[in-house]
Write a protein that binds this ligand. Structure first.
Ligand SMILES: Nc1ncnc2c1ncn2[C@@H]1O[C@H](COP(=O)(O)OP(=O)(O)OP(=O)(O)O)[C@@H](O)[C@H]1O
Length: 248
């Protein structure tokens, strides 16, 4: 479980996060949603240590990440998988080399073991046999799958996904969402997804945190989100006329 307790973050005079407190459970997909500029990415960066919050704490299974120095954070960092918006694969490396990169960096496994692990995770994301391809030879959806495979290659306890559907068509988005949800359940990962995609919210929003102007405005599930009378949340959920038609 990850807990954030009273997280505050400012950039100069811009008070972006105004005291966020939340819990993220393992084995379920936790979504952070909100309008542009509401502070979603800033919260995610505070959680993984890319930003230092001005106030508050981030606890990884009761371990106070915020007060650790760089060296003390290493074991927790190794338990974190990250899926970036653009998949962030190394273009000059094959799929297999991309997958072996974290294993080369952080483990003493033998080459054969690393290759086996790369093949194992590729199979898990339905890309068996694509080891020798380069990212330029893959579709956007396949790149995301490789990104997911790389994020889980170290068997993470925690998985952070920043806009996992950006740039994908609706059908591929759905498949990527389902894959993330399956992996989360299967390996009991604490998964946190930053998104503003309402399809994802309705599809895999088991636990949803809605940020508004740097505050936790609402939290609940996708079952509850369409029934709230919270005005700002309704404005977000029903921003598209299609959602209005389908869900009202
Ligand atoms: N490194 C930074 N330096 C200064 N200001 C920043 C920095 N990062 C974010 N901000 C500011 O923090 C606010 C929240 O930005 P953030 O990226 O967290 O929002 P968001 O909810 O993720 O938005 P979006 O959905 O558009 O990605 C914005 O006003 C932004 O300008």
């Amino acid at each position: 479980m990850i807990e954030v307790i009273d997280i505050q973050k400012s950039f100069g005079d811009n008070h972006v996060l105004k005291g966020i407190t939340a819990e993220f459970e393992p084995g379920v997909t936790n979504l952070i949603i909100g309008g542009s500029g509401s502070g979603k990415t800033t919260l995610l960066k505070c959680m993984v240590g890319l930003h230092q919050p001005n106030e508050g704490r981030v606890l990884y299974d009761d371990r106070n990440f915020t007060e650790m120095n760089m060296e003390e954070r290493i074991p927790i960092r190794q338990e974190i998988g990250m899926l970036f918006q653009n998949s962030a694969l190394f273009d000059s490396m094959t799929v297999e080399q991309n997958l072996m990169f974290p294993l080369d960096m952080f483990t003493n496994k033998k080459r054969g073991e690393k290759k086996d692990r790369a093949s194992e995770v590729l199979e898990r994301v339905d890309l068996a046999g694509k080891n020798k391809l380069y990212p330029s030879e893959l579709s956007g959806g396949m790149k995301k799958r490789v990104g997911i495979a790389r994020a889980i290659v170290m068997n993470p306890k925690y998985l952070f996904c920043d806009e996992p559907n950006s740039g994908l068509d609706p059908r591929t988005s759905l498949l990527i969402d389902e894959l993330i949800q399956e992996i989360t359940e299967e390996y009991k990962i604490t998964t946190i997804i930053v998104t503003h995609d309402m399809n994802s919210v309705m599809g895999i929003g088991e636990k949803i945190l809605f940020l508004h102007k740097g505050e936790k405005w609402w939290e609940g599930s996708n079952q509850e989100i369409t029934k709230t009378d919270n005005q700002e949340l309704n404005d977000f959920v029903f921003a598209s006329p299609l959602m209005e038609k389908l869900l009202r």
